[in-house]
Structure formats: C-alpha cells, structure tokens
Write a protein that binds this ligand. Structure first.
Ligand SMILES: NC(=O)c1ccc[n+]([C@@H]2O[C@H](COP(=O)([O-])OP(=O)(O)OC[C@H]3O[C@@H](n4cnc5c(N)ncnc54)[C@H](O)[C@@H]3O)[C@@H](O)[C@H]2O)c1
Length: 368
C-alpha cells in the first residue's frame, strides 16, 4: 500500500497524518524527514502492543536516547494518577520542551499522553502513533486531550495538537474483535453526520471492514480521517460546528460513567449504543424519517453491534444516566443539548431538552 498523507491545517497548527503499513519501523526516520528534532524521547506504550513490534520500534531509534513507560490502558486508569506518573518520569529524566513524547497505543494512551505533553513545561513536542481502529479513525486527530474523574468522562483536558500522526494499519492485526467493533462505531458515526455515499459504502462492505480486509479497511480509515479533518479545521476549539462530532456521545459518555467505566461497556460500544439512542430520539421527535431510521437500525442489528439499552441498564439507572448527561461538558446548565439526525449525512443541533423530557424517553426504551 502506498503511504497516504493527510495534512491538517487549523488556525494554530499544521501537521501531517501518515497512513500506511510497516510504518512504525521507520518512526525515527519519519520524524527526521519532518524536521522534528529532539535530544531524548519518552515512548508511552500501551502494554498490549505486541513485544515484537515494540522491539522493532526500539531498533528504529538506534543512537537516540529513548525511555519507555508502559501504560495499562483502561478508562479507570485514564486519570490524574497516571498523568502524575508520566510527569514524574519526564521530570526525573530532566526532559526539556525541545524533547519529545510519543504515544504508542489506543485512544486512552493517546489522550493521557497528549494531556501530559500539553502541561509539561507548558508544552512538550507530541507525536501520536495510534494502534487501535478507533484511535486511527478518530482520537488521534484534532488535538483533544483528556482524563476522567468521578464527575464524568474527559472533564479535565486541553486542546493540544500532535506534531505528527503515524497510522500503521498493521497494528490492527493484534487488536481484539471487540476493539475492531469499537472503531467501527466511530467510522459509522462519521458517515452518518457527513457523507451518505460513505454510509452506503459501509452498508455494502461492513463485514469486510470488520474482518480488516484490504482495501476496505484502508478506505474506511482514510474516509473517516477526512471527515474528522473537515470538522477540526473549521472549528478547532469546538465552539460550534465541531460539536456535531459529538453525535451519539452525550448518551455514550453518560452510559460509560453510569457503569463506572467498567469494561462491560467500552467507549466505542457506548458510542454505538449512543447512536442507537440518538437516532431513536431523532425519529420520535419527528426529525429523522422512518426510511433512514430503519436503515441505520438494520445496519446496527445485522452486524450485531450493541443496540439494546436494556442489556446494560434498568429503569433504576435512569436518574444516574440523566445526572451524567446534564454534567456533560457540552451542556451549559441543567438543560441537555443533543446532536441529532435529520437524515443520513445531515445532522442537526437540537433545541435543549429538560431532564424530565429525557426521562420519559428512557422509560419508554427500557420498558419496550
Ligand atoms: N481525543 C479525542 O478526540 C477522542 C475521540 C474519540 C475517542 N477518544 C477516547 O478514546 C478512548 C478509546 O480509545 P480505544 O478504543 O482505542 O481504547 P483503548 O486505548 O483502551 O484501547 C483498547 C484496547 O486495545 C488494547 N490495544 C491497543 N493497541 C493494541 C494493539 N495494537 N494490539 C493489541 N491490543 C491493543 C488496549 O490495551 C486496550 O485494551 C476513550 O477514552 C475515548 O474517550 C478520544
């Protein structure tokens, strides 16, 4: 496969995303070719990245001073305690702003590492090497960093762009089927909010994508990245347009938080469940027509993606879900804002809804 280069140009930053195979073995060379200079480098590595690959990455840095910090990626560890641990390594090894931090892992490793890079001496050079489908199609692009607290998901964070994103599709060979599905959730979201033609492509080729078949997986990663690029470039700080990327996410984040970020429901699975809730809410509120609603629902059900809220929650959980929804950072008060769908490819920012209104909606879903 030829290496694909996508350029992200925001108001404050310009950087490239390289998408290809066999790229990580050349990381050091790619940094050099892109004029990224450093004296030393900390690799924050997801502990599930296969050793064989890590050894080759280490080799690519011969003659360079590198340190490795292993990270046990899960939502419970996406917290201040782990940020402090990484900061301690950087301080002990006397890193300067001219050095470099490279995240090699999924969205959790990337979000935590980018947050650390953004606060260490007010900004350390950051490179993202995403190793899951979700991080390759979504979280590695756009500069959002963040950690969780007991008050909710990603409530502490910053906007901090990487200097470079290196997306090596070969990493996907070792991720679990469950994590492929999680990434597919964000790919599906991108198609629904921006591109009906891409949605039709997914309808036709979803099984091949989920089985990571070439060239279908490459095409879906590339198309997804292009959609994310469009939103990020137009609205870097998420003041308006970019909020559309949160389609399904106000529901998703509150589902994850209500389950205490347990691995019963991973982020990507919560997103698919959130999309199911958002399309149903859109349809019941006379926004989304029945043909598009049924098409999306059929797509989700045929692929056996998470869609049944009652498999995770009971009526007893509604007040907890609503409380997290109103604390979501997209909301200004007790009223809840949602991104909804008018038709496939056409999202809408909703009017605000009260908790009482949403309570009725959840009651209905969980009873039927
Ligand atoms: N910053 C953003 O814009 C943004 C966007 C979307 C999602 N996110 C965040 O991304 C996170 C989810 O990311 P994720 O789905 O990648 O989860 P993750 O980072 O937890 O990775 C999923 C699992 O895959 C394992 N893994 C990673 N790479 C592997 C590899 N190559 N081989 C084998 N196993 C591997 C990890 O150890 C983990 O168990 C959430 O916290 C979400 O909030 C951020």
């Amino acid at each position: 496969m030829k290496i694909i280069k996508l350029k992200i140009k925001t108001f404050t930053q310009k950087y490239s995303i390289f998408i290809g195979r066999n790229l990580v073995y050349k990381i050091s060379k790619i940094l050099k070719n892109n004029s990224i200079k450093y004296n030393k480098c900390l690799l924050v590595v997801d502990k599930n990245v296969p050793n064989k690959i890590l050894n080759k990455i280490k080799k690519s840095f011969k003659n360079k001073k590198i340190y490795i910090h292993f990270f046990n990626a899960n939502e419970k560890n996406k917290n201040q305690k782990n940020v402090d641990k990484i900061l301690k390594v950087l301080l002990e090894k006397n890193f300067s702003r001219k050095d470099c931090l490279i995240a090699i892992g999924g969205g959790i490793t990337g979000d935590v590492s980018a947050f650390v890079a953004s606060i260490f001496k007010r900004g350390l050079q950051f490179i993202n090497v995403p190793t899951t489908l979700l991080s390759q199609v979504d979280s590695s692009i756009g500069g959002k960093t963040g950690i969780n607290t007991t008050f909710g998901k990603n409530l502490i964070g910053s906007f901090y762009h990487p200097k470079l994103v290196i997306t090596d599709i070969d990493f996907l060979k070792s991720i679990s089927k469950r994590d492929v599905i999680c990434g597919y959730g964000e790919i599906l979201k991108h198609s629904l909010i921006a591109n009906k033609k891409f949605y039709k492509y997914l309808e036709k080729n979803s099984t091949k994508i989920l089985n990571l078949k070439s060239p279908f997986v490459e095409k879906s990663i590339y198309e997804s990245c292009k959609i994310k690029k469009k939103f990020v470039e137009k609205d870097e700080d998420e003041m308006g347009f970019r909020k559309i990327l949160n389609f399904g996410h106000t529901f998703a984040h509150s589902y994850e938080a209500s389950l205490g970020y347990s691995n019963k429901l991973n982020h990507g699975e919560a997103v698919i469940l959130g999309i199911s809730s958002a399309i149903r809410f859109s349809h019941e509120n006379k926004l989304l027509n029945i043909i598009d609603y049924n098409s999306i629902l059929k797509h989700i059900k045929e692929l056996k993606l998470p869609s049944k809220l009652s498999e995770y929650f009971s009526l007893r959980d509604i007040s907890k879900i609503l409380s997290f929804m109103s604390k979501d950072k997209k909301n200004d008060s007790e009223m809840i804002n949602l991104i909804l769908l008018k038709k496939i490819g056409t999202p809408v920012k909703s009017k605000v809804y009260t908790k009482k209104y949403l309570k009725k909606f959840f009651n209905q879903i969980l009873i039927n």
